[in-house]
Design a binder for this molecule. Sequence first.
Ligand code: PLP
Length: 391
Amino acid sequence: MQKIPFSKVSCNGNELKYITEVLESGWLTTAGKALKFEELFAQKVGTKHACAVNSCTAALHLGLEALGVGAGDKVFVPDMTFTATTEVVRYLGADPVFLDVEYGTTLITPAILEKGIAENPDVKYLIVVHFGGQAAEMVNSDNTGIADICKKYGIKVMEDAAHAFPATINGRTIGSIGDITCFSFYANKTITTGEGGMLTTDDEDIYKRVKVMRLHGINRDVWDRFTSDKPSWEYDVVAPGYKYNMPDLNAAIGLAQMEHADYFKTERIRIAEYYNTHLAACEWIDMPVCKVGMSEHAWHLYPVVLNEKSTVARNTFIEKMSAAGIGTSVHYKPLHRMTYYRETYDLKPSDFPVAEKIWQGNVSLPIFPEMTDEQLAHVCKTIIDIQAGKL
Ligand SMILES: *Cc1c(COP(=O)(O)O)cnc(C)c1O
């Protein structure tokens, strides 16, 4: 029986070559490779500045800090996301205000945001998640997108683009729209550095603050301290910062991955198109609704929802898939069901009817660049056989 993992990293390019260069250079932490990675990344997403850090969570934390979020502030977050999106709000002593999402896309829409603002006029920040790799409607042709709404109400917006590299929305590249965008290079994301993240911004002040805070609040980069003519001990501390810089060992992997980013994306589109075609007739599956063009979507995930016509419950379905050698995952168990958020904010399932409906049947199918058509055929046949009671 063939084993098909839920996701699989592709490291068949220059990863080893660039890592070797780092090892031979004798400088393993942040230096030239990280700088080059930042430069290439900023170019790729069309933004002025990119700051490499050691995780997307770090980028989200630094981003909120640079936006000025502090104790007592409130931040809109989607209910359907990874806890990292929301824990960073708590790092700063602020409080999340959870928004339900749209069925089919699992995104926050302009309408959902407008409703949230009407009910919570004191919220001045928003974190948008580009779920699964499809961008939320940040901008549109009649200027009623999420970014426009935020501008109108004086809300600062940070994008959690952990799933969305590379992606676009209505002709704009993700990474170049909101005040701040954060990307993840965790092992299972569309490109990886093992662990790592990137923050992009066009704002000079945000960039300066993030650069200082990612390295202890020191006013000089570590690399600068050891390469410039000024003595390395001569630095000032302007704030109690964090230790979030990206080591060159990780940046080396990132540089090699960047060279294949477009190829990875093409392969992910191929897989998504296969599922779109071969599962379209399954009335027990609600397919992911794609509002953007296939090539605008980063296809980090292929999330489906088993609806009320399904002959098996989600958990049984996952067990049967696993027994057939196929890995799946769930994105996500909504935050209102997590003990900490539920108890701290007194959240009730009835406040999040859409997230609840998704949660009853959500399953993410395998998607990774090296997945073959034969493997895809096996996944689709297995799904159909499970529903027919044959497995
Ligand atoms: C993976 C992920 C993160 C965290 O990324 P790390 O690089 O592991 O810190 C944040 N938000 C979302 C939506 C994610 O999927």
